[in-house]
Design a protein around this ligand. Sequence first.
Ligand code: PLZ
Length: 452
Amino acid sequence: MSALPVGGPGLPQRRNLVTEIPGPASRALAARRSAAVAPGVSSVLPVFVTAAGGGVLVDADGNSLIDFGSGIAVTSVGNSASRVVDRVTSQVAQFTHTCFMVAPYEGYVEVCEELARRTPGDHPKRSALFNSGAEAVENAIKIARHYTGRSAVVAFDHAYHGRTNLTMALTAKNMPYKQGFGPFAGDIHRVPMAYPLRWPGGPQACASEALDTVKALIHAQVGEENVAAVIIEPIQGEGGFIVPPDGFLRDLAAFCASQGIVFIADEVQSGFCRTGDWFASEHDGVVPDLVTTAKGIAGGLPLAAVTGRSEIMDAVHVGGLGGTYGGNPAACAAALGAIETMEAEDLASKARRIGEIMLPRLRKLAGEHPVIADVRGRGAMIAIELTRPGTLEPDPATTAAVANYCHSRGLITLTCGTFGNVIRFLPPLVIGEDLLEEGLGILEDAFASLEA
Ligand code: PLZ
């Protein structure tokens, strides 16, 4: 057997298909997979990965694919960033685990110091570390309830907050996330999202009406004094990369402050330079009371956090928060390497540059193909929404056809959206511009092929 390619700086940054997709080695692994892996866990791509880094994934057949997905907005610094690899390697040689609740270590504290420094607002902050985005969201709700002594939680249409029981209740979409998995946690109340394309009356009406609608529903159906927290993704992720109108988040946060409601920004997908700022909340000048982070924080290792105002975080009794692995030393080392990379390579600027390259080409494509109803997003969190031309009727079939075409040509794209009709682009922030342009060319070919 020939030596497998390794990730890291040596991995050639090019698309190169040497077999059909999937090739024979991936097909053989897929057969083993279906005999051993629960089918409830699915994969977007039919290929098995052996190395990855920069802007490419290499599969078991030696194909090299362009990555526009970053493992769902995780590998912003790449899949084998040298600062992450070096810090994790030396950490696991020192010790892999003690459990922070048994015997603490410096890395955990350093990550919390970085979170205090990087998240919006210069008020005193504390953080607690966890393993996944869902776990961070659950803990943010626990903390908000404990602090306020209230129990109701308000979440939005199209929201995605995770797959655990409480976070399934917060997540809007039934299939595949909730179907058959109830009963769900109680006292969760859903309000409409400021979704410019689909707001009755259109984007202008959305900007002027959305917050009033939310406030009226909370008043009539929940009662402000019962609400512990409002939780929102500053740009919604799984729900379709929905960008609220400027000012919506700011005014929503101000409303929460006026009612003693904890405002939680779920920055699990939008955080850590993805949108061109360290956090997407910054675009609207919002200072959330609590911020949940995960994904991009640690270059691919499992780590998540709740960061928030000291007075809120300090309300929880000693021992009320934790978990065996939360803030694992290797994950903390990875986070410190990832954050160092973001700073040293100014990845927020890279994200903005990616947006500047992608948006004009996507807008041109939308002009040529009326199936593209909307081009939206910020920085390196960009999407197109597909509908039957001239209508708002979602077109998930064309969406899937375009994604499949891209996969067969060696471009990894992901879909999303409540109606399955959004193609999202989340390239690693370190991707080369040549690969970015080549990937966009494949997407353009995909739309051209629809006509053929
Ligand atoms: N909050 C905003 O985007 C995870 C989910 C993929 P975990 N999004 C990807 C899938 O189908 O499971 C996400 C998110 C936002 C919370 C989460 C949950 O993060 O680390 O997947 O638990």
